[in-house]
Design a protein around this ligand. Structure first.
Ligand SMILES: NC(=O)c1ccc[n+]([C@@H]2O[C@H](COP(=O)([O-])OP(=O)(O)OC[C@H]3O[C@@H](n4cnc5c(N)ncnc54)[C@H](OP(=O)(O)O)[C@@H]3O)[C@@H](O)[C@H]2O)c1
Length: 325
């Protein structure tokens, strides 16, 4: 058994260390979970670098989310049983073979879901789902625009919007990513660039774009805002470009675009755990698909992290601690 630990903040390949773990046992209100799959999210890299608004007490196990199987339960546990498939709590340190966790903090999901897909539920699908409901009342036929359209959040936005009858305009950085977005049901896909606003207006046939979801930042955020109808809402939830969000006066003043922010943590802390778990279960039952770049055994963590940080990566890199090497 092994796990990935960091004792200082810095570049993940510099500060992470693989450690051997002793077998763990359940205490009365806790369970032991064997981790089956755990993705490498942008949040993980920010957390390890010390660039995330929250910091772990160091040394810490890395890994913001994951899915595993309950292998033993404490005497007083009623929430789950041995053999159940569960989602780990967020930022528990999922990049390890096994861990002990409070029974009330795990979320049981149907036993027939794919653990790799389930391992991503805690962060991106629920972010997409909540953002679609939290800011404007979307009606069937409405348009929303979003970037990065082929990113993990973007893929779930497309699938969940389609289920609501909402049409999506997805913006991609690399033109070759358009096919993936279309295969998920995205109506319109555009490559980002200075001509974006004119192209979008031309293709939507004057249809009102009521919501813009931005995880890119920089000038892209401003372009999304410029595509909105007067009074439309731009929601900033990330900044993959690492550049400050630039929204023009034309959008904010002359067309009264509203600019909001979304952080999943604020939503989860404002809602009771049962509500969060219910929502995760509903998502687990929808058979959403997030693109997987590759799966790696924990012992191949260096290759996995290199892959996760490649600018040409397509989809999520997933660690499989239960893969023997
Ligand atoms: N606020 C919240 O609660 C919340 C929740 C979840 C995620 N997030 C944040 O949302 C953002 C997206 O997360 P994700 O998991 O969807 O990301 P992801 O799947 O890892 O990547 C998203 C996309 O970003 C684009 N991209 C990569 N590097 C870029 C760059 N330098 N400039 C512009 N675009 C770039 C790529 O688009 P192409 O494929 O077109 O090249 C990639 O597909 C991250 O910042 C993440 O931290 C926030």
């Amino acid at each position: 058994m092994q796990g990935l630990v960091y004792a200082a903040h810095g570049a993940p390949l510099d500060v992470l260390e693989r450690v051997e773990l002793q077998p763990v046992s359940a205490t009365p209100r806790h369970v032991v979970v064997e981790v089956l799959a755990t993705p490498i999210d942008p949040m993980d890299l920010l957390l390890i670098r010390g660039h995330y608004p929250l910091r772990a007490t160091l040394p810490a196990f890395a890994g913001a989310e994951g899915c595993g199987r309950v292998v033993s339960v404490g005497d007083a546990v009623v929430e789950v049983s041995v053999g159940d498939l569960v989602l780990l709590p967020v930022r528990v340190g999922a990049w390890r073979s096994q861990l002990v966790v409070a029974a009330e903090d795990v979320c049981r999901v149907p036993g027939n879901v794919d653990p790799v897909q389930a391992s991503m539920l805690r962060v991106n699908p629920i972010t997409a789902d909540v953002m679609l409901d939290a800011f404007v009342t979307l009606r069937p036929g409405d348009w929303l625009i979003q970037s990065p359209g082929a990113g993990s959040v973007g893929q779930f936005v497309v699938q969940l919007a389609r289920q609501r009858g909402v049409q999506t305009i997805s913006i991609v950085r690399r033109a070759q990513r358009a096919a993936l977005v279309r295969s998920l049901g995205g109506e319109l896909v555009f490559e980002d660039g200075p001509d974006l606003v004119r192209q979008v207006r031309g293709e939507t046939g004057g249809g009102a774009v009521v919501l813009a979801l931005d995880g890119t930042g920089g000038e892209t955020a401003g372009r999304l805002a410029s595509c909105l109808e007067p009074g439309g809402t731009l929601v900033s939830y990330g900044a993959m470009s690492r550049r400050p969000t630039q929204v023009g006066v034309d959008a904010l003043v002359f067309r009264d675009v509203r600019h909001r922010g979304f952080w999943l943590r604020n939503w989860t802390t404002a809602n009771r755990p049962e509500i969060v778990h219910e929502r995760l279960n509903s998502l687990a039952r929808l058979s959403l698909r997030g693109e997987i770049a590759a799966e790696y055994a924990l012992s191949d963590w260096r290759e996995a992290l290199q892959h996760a940080q490649r600018p040409d990566r397509c989809g999520r890199v997933v660690l499989r601690p239960s893969f023997a090497r």
